[in-house]
Design a protein around this ligand. Sequence first.
Ligand code: FMN
Length: 166
Amino acid sequence: MRKVDISTLKDNVVDLIGKQWMLITAGSMVGYNTMTASWGTMGYLWGKPVAFIFIRPQRYTLDFVEKEDCFTLSFFGERYRSALNLCGSKSGREIDKAAAAGITPFEPSQGCVSFKEARLVMKCRKLYVGRLQEESFVNKDLLDKWYPSRDLHKMFVAAIEEVWEE
Ligand SMILES: Cc1cc2nc3c(=O)[nH]c(=O)nc-3n(C[C@H](O)[C@H](O)[C@H](O)COP(=O)(O)O)c2cc1C
């Protein structure tokens, strides 16, 4: 993988996150967790390129993202779809997901973990965290549709500090 400037990326963000999906990973090689995500966005805020990610309270990955200053977003080619399905349906509380999915953890930079099979990796540093608020939904239908048990996501806004591409 080689380090690239984020402005050189050609990916369409809606397709990249919403259709290709990503792994959100936080922790170190001593202890980390990863999960699949297809909700989120990227853009420009507070003078920096940023990513917004959304994690439900019951995810084990949330413990790691809350504890650490940084996390990674990892994107894969289509042949890793089954690996992403596994990381999005099993919890790191129960199994070693990387071993089960056949992906290899490594540290692209100190204090963060990604996977050797990824085609695109972003190291993100947390800037802002907040839980979505029930009263802030303008469209209340979304609440019943997506949160029947009111497990509203935590939203993290993070600066995209480093990017590596295959
Ligand atoms: C395609 C796909 C997209 C997902 N997107 C999200 C997401 O954006 N936010 C979230 O909280 N969970 C999302 N999930 C669910 C988590 O990946 C799933 O619950 C996972 O097993 C959590 O693992 P953990 O307990 O080890 O953190 C998604 C699952 C799949 C299959």
